[in-house]
Write a protein that binds this ligand. Sequence first.
Ligand SMILES: Cc1ncc(COP(=O)(O)O)c(C=O)c1O
Length: 433
Amino acid sequence: MIESPALPDRSVVPGVWSRYTDLVVDRGEGSWLVTVDGERYLDYSSGIGVTNTGHAHPRVVAAVQAQAAKLLHGQQNIVYHEPGLRLYERLRHVLPGDGWQAFLANSGAEAVEAAVKLARAATGRPAIVAFRGGFHGRSAQTMALTTSRVSIRGAFEPLPGSVYHTAYPYCYRASGGPHDPSACTCDWEAQLELLFAQVVSPSKVAAIVVEPVLGEGGYVVPPAGFLPRLREIATRHRILLVADEVQTGFGRTGELFAVRHVGVVPDIMIVAKGIASGLPLGGILARRELMDAWAPGAHGGTYGGNAVACAAANATLDVIEDERLVDNARERGRQLLDGLRAVRGRFPRLGDVRGLGLMVALEFVDPDAPDARTPDPDLAHRVIAEALRRHVIVLSAGTWGQVVRLIPPLVTTSDEIDHALEVLTEAMAAAGA
Ligand SMILES: Cc1ncc(COP(=O)(O)O)c(C=O)c1O
């Protein structure tokens, strides 16, 4: 038998990839990652919300293998290909009403870039409004939209201009005090009106870009009235409402898209991550008449809508539908949230437990500080480390890194959730929560 050469040292990977673990993985199976040493880890990061169908779902793998054997790349300016045509057609029907069309790119950031370019081309207006705490990517334009934490953008000024930020309804951190989103007293609407009165005229705003649930900013679930009211305000000013569903999309929140929870239809929807179970793919959806505002050649890219990625996306959509993964996300999400809320009273430093579907967060604070909501990122990091010691992978989020976020794959089982609950309870106790 020929032995494979030893793996290079991990230091070959640049330090700019800030790390959650030092695991070297060999393979993934459903909710689990298996290291080269054969250790099994429950992956409640899902590769940051990507592997919604679980790792290496057999139907996705089969579709990728079959497509790879036929055509790896059929560039979109040059040819059409079967998986692309099928995906473009399917994406026309994921939002209510007729006339939708997709544009396919490679990543979330690229899709956000596309949304901004389309909004500016379609409206002839320069400005974009985004929300404080939002995350939209790492390219120059998307960094300009992003304010989830200063480390994302701080070293890269100057960033593209005419981007303005306003307040997101973060009920736990509201200046008037923490409250339940069902009785929201956040002043986000007044802040937006102030922005329009003081900083940028709404007649100059092409788009309002919003995450239906704040992702990197801390898994903040807004009150149910937020998006419908934002829709009204955008419509009144003829501003395009752009929903960034990169992290919330494809079943993550217990609906195929999070905007569906409140019946809001955006003008442009941005998708990526969960769309292709791990292959790089992103895109936008817009109505045909809006999409036509782009003259041929106004946008494009070498790899967008890659044939293998499209085949993976078609199989992913089949699996989501056939295995009723959206229902499972809702049910398992409820189980996880209820389980965490049941133990909350045991942990005085666990300030908030919140979530929607399988997008669940624990926010850690220092209750002895003058403001009892003072963020405690060290505690959040200890909880993540203690969970990892027990072979459960979870991630951080939030402006200060004070939030632990749980992103199980949508295929996760009731037993796996129970196991994660047991481990997280132990991890919080061991970390001194
Ligand atoms: C809401 C949101 N938008 C955009 C992006 C950027 O996506 P990508 O990392 O694929 O560029 C992310 C990534 O985390 C995201 O969560």
